[in-house]
Design a protein around this ligand. Structure first.
Ligand SMILES: NC(=O)c1ccc[n+]([C@@H]2O[C@H](COP(=O)([O-])OP(=O)(O)OC[C@H]3O[C@@H](n4cnc5c(N)ncnc54)[C@H](OP(=O)(O)O)[C@@H]3O)[C@@H](O)[C@H]2O)c1
Length: 240
């Protein structure tokens, strides 16, 4: 069977480069084309397109790690071209989420603020702990990332907090953020009760884990009907 052709958005960035690298070793997928800005940096090792039309014509599925402004254009273009989209871009505003939701009525879209397998298992454990602990336990989500990260708290921290608030009500979580050096990603959820504490944590040691998660999602999403999906769906982590 021919490998599925992957188009990369954000290829000149840290994550885009990790996706291109991970594609070398991913059975069933091939690096087909990358979207770059006209006159921008031109990475080696993959065909390049400067327009969305040329980009989408050259791939079967899109993997995006870029910025919300690009994702807001990419999602409707994928819907129009019938190309499934996997996006890990974070810091989305409501309008960009709406663009994803609208596009998901026509094509399969997977958006996840953290594609690592470990962090998705962490979120599942946090959800279970939140459902079980009594109301006198407080909760803080702490996250640390490299100094270049734009959004804060991270999309992952907000999603962990949302898992807590879903069980314990709005306002049940406080956040703490650190931006320093080259930390790839550290998330810790601290539950404090009367006389005891539970700490659940995940540390990303290599950017490759997000790229591998995104490529696992790309292999999965190409067989899905239109809809908005998350890594829970890929990993079959059921809530409740
Ligand atoms: N979901 C996850 O697991 C996960 C993991 C890590 C990071 N992230 C998120 O992924 C995103 C990218 O992270 P990063 O560290 O790779 O960032 P980065 O190194 O700054 O790279 C951003 C990329 O997006 C491109 N880009 C931005 N705006 C664009 C536009 N309007 N048109 C075309 N290209 C545009 C940049 O191209 P230029 O070089 O031309 O500017 C660059 O290739 C961020 O939102 C980050 O939070 C998600």
């Amino acid at each position: 069977m021919k490998p599925i052709k992957v188009g990369i958005a954000g290829v000149t960035g840290r994550m885009g480069a990790a996706v291109l690298f991970a594609l070398r070793d991913t059975t069933g997928l091939t690096a087909s084309i990358a979207l770059v800005r006209p006159g921008g940096e031109k990475p080696d090792g993959i065909a390049l397109a400067e327009t969305l039309d040329a980009f989408l014509a050259g791939c079967d599925v899109v993997v995006d790690f870029s910025r919300p402004a690009l994702l807001a254009e990419l999602a409707p273009a994928c819907a129009a071209a019938g190309k499934p989209l996997v996006s890990g871009t974070t810091g989305l505003e409501d309008a960009t989420f709406k663009a994803l939701t609208d596009a998901a009525s026509r094509v399969a879209i997977l958006h996840a603020p953290n594609m690592s397998i470990g962090i998705n298992i962490l979120r599942y454990l946090v959800e279970k702990a939140s459902e079980t602990l009594s109301a006198d336990w407080s909760c803080e989500v702490f996250e640390a990332h490299h100094a270049h990260k734009v959004d804060a708290p991270s999309g992952t921290a907000l999603r962990l907090g949302a898992a807590v608030e879903q069980a314990r009500g709005a306002g049940a979580v406080s956040y703490a953020v650190e931006r320093e050096g080259e930390t790839i990603g550290f998330h810790e959820v601290r539950f404090a009760g009367p006389g005891e504490r539970i700490v659940l944590a995940h540390e990303a040691l290599d950017r490759g884990i997000f790229a591998q998660g995104a490529l696992r999602a790309a292999l999965w999403v190409v067989d899905q009907p239109p809809g908005l999906y998350g890594m829970d769906d890929v990993l079959a982590l059921k809530s409740g």
